[in-house]
Ligand binder design. Structure first.
Ligand code: FAD
Length: 383
């Protein structure tokens, strides 16, 4: 019997495998991952310091437990080097091959590397999986200083988590507000003020240009607004963005844009190869969040089990995990709506409407309790 082979054991790979096994208990299932294959929830990586959890504390299952639960073979620490579509095999780094009937790419996204000079650039870290998180925690002294490059969602979440965990945090961000592109300035200011009150320092309108070893730890040189001062840190964490991993697909001749292009059945330009999760671009949409990949996993599981299915996305608001100032945001899908900002006690209600239709919203602080009622009025992202 032809195998289903899934590349990747992140939330996309493991959720798909679980959904598939609910429908098909027999077809041989193989998962291949470059990492250690432990099952964990990636969003927890930016909440671990406040909870005092190390990487082992965040891991939920070993690959052996997952293999048993899924009745699957799981190859860990195994980098896939290429896909041979004519032979229907994936080639592993050691030269061996694994044949597939259907292949699923759940390869995730990789951190964008900042452009930096200096003698300590190789000590700049990013945290995009459990092993990165372990490495980051391991080189951070108790109560140490962290310079975060990037004031986007992930940078702000780490800032909140680290300061809550007793560390000293300075954030360097290129724009004049935190979370540009996601939050309007009033909501961004609320988050920045709340984090500042907790003790986070911000260097906005600034970019990190160099990282050097100094007498007092690492020195991050800045350009832009705050270029007069360098940031001193024990660890530099880069959080300037993620980019879908498309190289394997592109090298195999599959259609790619920002992500690996798939239609609503999650099929790539090769009908025997599918993609989902952070690496995929579904009908032009790249969504680096959990809710879309869950919808894709449920839909693709049906297709792989023999009942062709098309994915649909409902409204998918994003919760920003900054407990100092909780935020829920549902960006409008189209331009041209009317924005209205209302102050409520302990928060902001910012809505985007056209006539009586709600197109999107941003809620901060106590106003986040309104999300359930507002969600009912939001349009579906991909009906
Ligand atoms: P990944 O988890 O990155 O998995 C990719 C897999 O592919 C890995 O197993 C890797 O080893 C494997 N792989 C890659 N290349 C190869 C290769 N060549 N050969 C073999 N294996 C390979 N989203 C939310 O919705 N809410 C949140 O609160 C939230 N918080 C987040 C916090 C942080 C710190 C981060 C980084 C992300 C957060 N996200 C959040 C995003 C969310 O976690 C991701 O969208 C999701 O986890 C992506 O899962 P994935 O399986 O597609 O990718």
């Amino acid at each position: 019997m032809d195998s289903v082979v899934i590349l990747g054991t992140g939330l996309a790979g493991y959720t798909l495998a679980r959904e598939f096994r609910k429908l098909d208990k027999e077809t041989p299932l193989v998962l291949i991952t470059a990492d250690d294959g432990r099952n964990y929830s990636k969003p927890m990586l930016s909440t671990g310091f406040a909870k005092g959890k190390d990487a082992d504390g965040l891991a939920m299952q070993t690959p052996e437990q997952m293999a048993e639960q899924l009745n699957a073979r799981i190859l860990t620490k195994t980098q896939v080097a290429s896909i041979d579509r004519s032979e229907k095999v994936v080639r592993l780094e050691d030269g061996s091959t694994e044949s597939y009937g259907k292949l699923v790419l759940a390869l995730g996204a990789e951190p964008v590397k900042p452009s930096l000079s200096g003698d300590a650039v190789d000590r700049v870290l990013s945290v995009n999986d459990l092993e990165d998180y372990h490495a980051f925690r391991s080189c951070l002294p108790e109560g140490g200083r962290v310079a975060i490059l990037g004031a986007g969602l992930i940078g702000c979440e780490f800032a909140n988590d680290l300061v809550a965990g007793g560390y000293q945090v300075e954030v360097v961000g290129a724009s004049k507000h935190v979370m540009p592109g996601l939050l309007p300035s009033s909501a961004a200011s609320a988050v920045q003020e709340a984090l500042t009150l907790l003790g986070v320092s911000f260097h906005l309108n600034s970019v990190g240009t160099s990282v050097n070893q100094g007498a007092n730890g690492l020195e991050v040189g800045l350009a832009g607004g705050d270029s007069s001062s360098a940031v001193q840190a024990d660890v530099v964490l880069s959080a300037i963005g993620l980019r879908p991993r498309i190289a394997l697909a592109k090298d195999a001749g599959l259609a790619t844009e920002t992500g690996i292009c798939v239609n609503r059945t999650l099929a790539t330009s090769d009908p025997d190869i599918y993609a989902l999760g952070d690496c995929a671009e579904v009908e032009g949409l790249v969504q680096l969040y959990v809710m879309p990949l869950m919808a894709c996993a449920r839909s693709l599981a049906k297709t792989l089990a023999g009942e062709a299915n098309e994915v649909s996305y409902g409204a998918m608001p994003v919760t920003v995990k900054t407990p100092a100032c909780p935020v829920v945001v549902a960006p409008p899908l189209e331009n041209g709506g009317q924005w209205q900002t209302e102050e409520v006690e302990g928060g902001l209600r910012i809505t985007c409407t056209r006539e009586n239709d709600l197109l999107g919203y941003v809620l901060t602080g106590t106003a986040t309790s309104e999300r359930i009622s507002l969600n009912k009025r939001l349009p579906a992202i991909m009906p």
